[in-house]
Design a protein around this ligand. Structure first.
Ligand code: ZN
Length: 199
């Protein structure tokens, strides 16, 4: 029987998670021998399914799959930083801790996004599936207090370079990797597989 078929899934019923299938699948082990051929241990292969709840950030990830970039704004009139816009999306205003208002910043990003700084790396974090070298860029927007980390899919990054967002709307993974950036003026036929300029 294939372990993939047994892999756990989660549904929501009456507001609660309902899990089905195996969340830890054990595969046959194998011995580890030393140079003299004596047993020193075994490997224990396991296929683990981790449940990652997005909570208040769920609208951000759902929106990427639909080709829109969301940010947030503090609308609390008593907040010293009332009106401050945050991208990346925050659930609560970091200044007054009130729940922030969700705003759509797709058009703002298309019109004003620039590379603030960047880093090209051959080393990646665990589970990072991007092709190396990875061109990580920090993206700034007009009228936004924060800077968004992302990755450039085409071209070479330069400080101040105008970039536009692209979205994995064809085969979304519902992770941050569904959002990427390309130099402004890129043609849609040059975009990576499954990516579009969004909606
Ligand atoms: Zn606030």
């Amino acid at each position: 029987m294939s372990a993939i078929q047994e892999r756990g899934t989660v549904k929501v019923e009456n507001g609660r998670y309902r899990v089905q299938g195996a969340f830890s699948v054990i595969h046959p082990n194998s011995p580890i021998y030393n140079e003299a051929g004596r047993l020193v241990g075994i490997t224990n292969p396991r296929d683990i399914t981790h449940i990652h709840s997005y909570g208040g950030e769920a609208p951000f990830f759902e929106s990427l799959s639909k080709g829109r970039l969301l940010g947030t704004r503090c609308d609390n009139p008593d907040c010293e930083y009332h009106g401050t816009r945050h991208v990346p999306f925050v659930i609560n205003c970091p200044d007054c801790l009130q729940k922030a208002e969700i705003i759509d910043v797709t058009d703002l990003a298309r019109e004003t996004a620039k590379v603030h700084t960047f880093m090209v790396t051959e080393r990646t974090g665990a589970f990072n599936t991007l092709k190396k070298p990875i061109r990580f860029i920090n993206v700034e927007f007009d009228g936004v207090a924060t800077i968004l980390m992302g990755y450039l899919s085409l071209g070479e990054p330069e400080i101040g370079m105008r970039v536009v967002p692209i979205f994995n709307t064809e085969k979304p993974t519902f992770t941050i990797l569904d959002l990427s950036w390309v130099p402004a003026g890129t043609k849609s036929e040059d975009l990576p597989d499954n990516f579009t300029f969004g909606s």
